[in-house]
Write a protein that binds this ligand. Structure first.
Ligand SMILES: [Fe+2]
Length: 253
């Protein structure tokens, strides 16, 4: 890998509970870093209303391409019969496939839909998804950076524990995943998991639903040796600065 791969990671845009100035500025802010891939890990809307999806599409369309986008718990209707009969219909109509792959030179990324209709807000990973993870990463070149994107933090505990976590843990190892990108908490974090991958959580980029930390998004610079994570915090609506930079050496595959 000669030059660093740049991944822009945003999450929890929550259109319908957004700050207009943040929404208006986010595409230029992200675009300034010329990412090789833009990943958005779910909760694009507040209540999965049609008008919120339309607003979300407007924001997503302005973000740099290629993009890898997955749904979150807020992207399923909460109290509508659609929750049971067609939970992903609105997402698929306006946003697109809820499981997707991005293959670039030196990077293979899989996005998975971790939100089942039958849980309140916590996630699950299916057997079919972990099989896909192994297959997709099995086709990646040996030196490829391997990324999994999903809405729910993979190793959360308590009520937030992922259904299917053990099978996901095994698949992450077998697929030699380097980086897991997730959201949901609205609080950015980075930690090296004992299960293998670096786990990067992005905060909320554009929502007023902040939890003790300002709005933020995360920029990753990946080289053959290390992953550098830059957390970009909003100083005032529509203006961001780099708050924290964390550097992790990459583990050999
Ligand atoms: Fe969420």
């Amino acid at each position: 890998m000669s030059s660093p791969l740049v991944i822009a990671h945003l999450s929890d845009l929550h259109l319908g509970a957004h700050v207009p100035a943040s929404v208006a500025a986010i595409a230029d802010e992200v675009g300034a870093f010329h990412p090789d891939l833009t990943v958005v890990t779910g909760d694009h809307t507040m209540r999965a209303r049609p008008r919120e999806f339309l607003q979300a599409v407007d924001v997503l369309d302005k973000l740099p391409v290629p993009r890898l986008v997955v749904p979150g718990n807020h992207d399923l209707p909460l109290v509508s019969p659609l929750r049971v009969t067609a939970p992903y219909a609105r997402y698929r109509r306006w946003i697109g496939e809820d499981n997707a792959v991005a293959r670039l030179p030196g990077l293979t990324a899989l996005g998975i839909n971790s939100m089942p209709w039958w849980r309140w807000k916590s996630g699950r990973v299916t057997h079919a998804q972990t099989t896909t993870l192994r297959q997709v990463m099995g086709q990646a070149s040996p030196d490829s950076v391997r990324v999994l994107a999903l809405h729910h933090p993979p190793f959360a505990g308590g009520l937030a524990r992922l259904v299917g976590r053990s099978r996901l843990t095994r698949a992450l190892r077998a697929a030699r995943v380097d980086i897991v990108l997730a959201g949901h908490t609205h609080v950015p974090s980075v930690h090296q998991s004992r299960h293998g991958p670096l786990v990067v959580i992005a905060g909320t980029a554009t929502s007023y639903r902040v939890r003790d930390v300002p709005r933020s998004w995360t920029m990753l610079r990946v080289t053959a040796e290390a992953v550098e994570v830059h957390e970009r915090f909003e100083s005032e609506p529509g203006a961001w600065h780099t708050g924290r930079v964390v550097r992790h050496l990459r583990r050999p595959h």
